[in-house]
Design a protein around this ligand. Structure first.
Ligand SMILES: *Cc1c(COP(=O)(O)O)cnc(C)c1O
Length: 377
């Protein structure tokens, strides 16, 4: 489907007009239970809101269209979606993930490994040779990739990664939280499952916690994810799903502005004397730029990191010294955020002491750049 058709589907939430009232914006369905008629037949299509009511289903359908997915399911958070995927790995199964990735997902994998629920290997994001050496044909049950990868934004080439996973008999799942479907569609690049923390770009207003899984095909593993979704009940609420659908209407335009802002900030910071390096896939100097230019078709996103010459202290001072960038965790919202990452991720994290992570919002770029300059001065 052409990008303009995807964008229209997002803006109009699939052009579904409420047949009963003519409402252009759908109502929120909060009912947990659904009625039956004289022969016990359901009046609508569901009997109960677990695993999904009409509002959750509508939001899932919009995301499925954007991803080109056979089906999409909404979860109560990104972590709940990740946990559902890890739950499909049989006991003792082998998972390959990344040395650099969302620290919460890595902590969950390490926890499962410590309990001998599964075994995990970690490879550098984008190092295909290391991945080839880490997968064990017939034994590896899941390859888990995040691209761009927190917090250095290394890029993983999805199509050849899928080939390596599939040759070993393992499905490829992508955490594409920082590359929403307006810019990257991993399922079209042969990934099997794509995951998002919808808390971030998909909702975009920092007022919803939700997670998403979408699948390229209906497979036995996907059926198992459906069972886990229903049996463990980590579901998105009706109100959250409605807010998420509202956020999705402006995804394309938000992401475009956030990408333009991040590029402007990255370019301005590249020559700042206090900055050691700028990590942003949109810069030609970034190691993954060429792949990103091909894989992120509509912008490199709003996330970048700065490494500062002054080390830990300089990073702490910058994060505390901005007046427009808000010192807070999370990403993808319309408001710009700044975070000194190391103290958040803890002593075991490979994140450098001197790294400050920026999530660019939609404020004027010049004001964001000026804010960083005054805080670095
Ligand atoms: C935030 C985030 C998650 C976790 O999502 P929650 O909605 O906070 O549970 C997973 N992966 C990435 C890349 C994230 O940024």
């Amino acid at each position: 489907m052409a990008d303009e058709h995807r964008e229209i589907a997002a803006v109009q939430a699939l052009h579904r007009i409420d047949p009963e009232t003519g409402a252009v914006i759908p109502p929120v369905h909060l009912s947990s239970t659904y009625g039956r008629g004289s022969d016990n037949e359901l009046l609508g299509s569901i009997d109960y809101r677990r695993p999904h009511g009409p509002t959750e289903q509508h939001a899932a359908d919009v995301i499925a269209r954007l991803e080109g997915a056979a089906e999409t399911r909404l979860f109560s958070s990104g972590m709940a979606a990740i946990a559902a995927v890890f739950e499909t790995v049989p006991t003792g199964g082998h998972v390959v993930a990344q040395t650099e990735m969302y620290y919460g997902a890595k902590a969950l994998l390490n926890r499962l490994a410590a309990k001998q629920r599964l075994s995990a290997s970690f490879v550098e994001p984008g190092n295909l040779e290391a991945l080839r050496n880490s997968v064990r044909p017939g034994e590896t049950d899941l390859v888990w990739v995040e691209t761009p990868a927190n917090p250095g934004w290394k890029i993983v080439d999805i199509a050849p990664t899928a080939d390596i996973a599939h040759a070993a008999g393992a499905p490829l799942a992508i955490d594409s939280t920082c590359a929403p479907p307006c810019t990257t569609r991993p399922l079209e690049l042969d990934a099997d499952i794509v995951m998002h923390s919808a808390t971030k770009y998909l909702n975009g207003h920092s007022d919803v916690l939700a997670g998403v899984l979408s699948t390229r095909e209906i497979t036995p593993r996907w059926a198992e994810i459906g069972e886990i979704h229903n049996k463990t009940g980590a579901l998105a609420g009706g109100m959250e799903s409605w807010l998420l659908m509202r956020g999705l209407r402006t995804l394309f335009i938000r992401f475009e502005r956030q990408s333009a802002n991040a590029l402007a900030v990255a370019e301005a910071m590249q020559t700042h004397p206090a900055v050691e390096s700028v990590l942003y896939p949109g810069l030609p100097s970034h190691t993954g730029h060429e792949i990103a230019a091909r894989q992120m078709t509509n912008g490199f996103g709003g996330m970048l990191s700065l490494r500062l010459k002054g080390g830990y202290e300089a990073a702490r001072k910058l994060a505390a010294g901005t007046k427009i960038f808000i010192q807070a965790t999370s990403l993808g919202g319309v408001e710009s955020l700044i975070e000194h990452r190391k103290p958040i991720e803890g002593p075991d994290s490979p994140t450098p002491d001197d790294l400050v992570r920026l999530s660019c919002g939609i404020e004027p770029a010049e004001s964001l750049i000026e804010d960083l300059r005054q805080a670095l001065a």
